[in-house]
Design a protein around this ligand. Structure first.
Ligand code: FPP
Length: 242
């Protein structure tokens, strides 16, 4: 019977069976603080090395042919961190845009933000919007950065928009999610040995494969991404069927 499996999962297409190439990978980049602590360095240094890992992994995602890579850079809960750490993260975000935007633009990478980035300082909002505009026409890999993102709020907002338009169904909610224009999430990676979702892509993860590694985010290399993709390709996804 050809019934509905999941709003976004066509089980007959690529990305659905054993040996398939993942189209959309998301990463909870965890362990910057512990990486720094192990070396008796300030946490901000761990975040800085975390950005170096972002750069390398984003490049690898492009050369490996991923359609989308979604990175959890700042959650709605991260506002609870000390002011100086939040300031360091914002500074890193700005310098990342300054240093890497040309490379993204030149390599057909489209930038996309999920989350309420408009709550950030006006200079960051302006930089982000400039980066979005400059890469909007690109149709290679989409690099999705989650900024001031929380999945429960995303789902609640999507449900409210769906209700305003008519019936609330899994399909109508999914069509209103921030990720509606992306391929279904295939693989969710979390680094640093923590095994939880932390309010990240809860809806989208319904049928995603999970890959957890002890590697701290600043030490995460393209080879680790490849390892996760290889593990994904060996798994058989049944979407609740047999
Ligand atoms: C978790 O490490 C990481 C974060 C809260 C932020 C992730 C941000 C970056 C990698 C840099 C900014 C990103 C971009 C795209 C410019 P943690 O501090 O929670 O580590 P811990 O659990 O070891 O303390």
């Amino acid at each position: 019977m050809a019934g509905r499996v999941s709003p976004s999962h066509d089980t007959s297409g690529p990305g659905s069976g054993k040996g398939a190439q993942a189209r959309h990978v998301a990463i909870i980049m965890d362990g910057n603080g512990r990486w720094a602590k192990k070396r008796h360095l300030p946490r901000a240094v761990g975040h800085k090395r975390g950005v170096d890992a972002v750069r390398e992994v984003a490049r690898a995602a492009r050369t490996m042919g991923l359609e989308a890579l979604t990175l959890y850079a700042f959650s709605t809960e991260n506002w609870r961190r000390p002011e100086d750490e939040i300031g360091a993260l914002m500074g890193l975000l700005k310098s990342f845009i300054v240093s890497d935007l040309d490379e993204f633009a030149a390599n057909n990478v489209r930038l996309k933000i999920i989350g309420d980035y408009k709550a950030f300082a006006p200079d960051i909002v302006a930089m982000v919007e400039n980066a979005l505009a400059r890469t909007a026409g690109n149709d290679g890999t989409t690099l999705v950065v989650a900024l001031n993102y929380g999945s429960q709020a995303e789902i609640a907002n999507a449900a409210a928009r769906a209700a305003a338009k008519g019936a609330i169904t899994p399909e109508s909610i999914e069509a209103e999610l921030d990720t509606a224009d992306l391929p279904p999430l295939d693989l969710l990676i979390r680094t640093s040995g923590e095994v939880r979702l932390s309010n990240f892509l809860l809806w989208q993860a319904a049928y995603a494969e999970m890959w957890f590694t002890e590697v701290l985010w600043p030490d995460f290399k393209p080879a680790h991404l490849q390892e996760a993709l290889d593990a994904f390709a060996r798994r058989e996804r049944r979407y609740g069927g047999r």
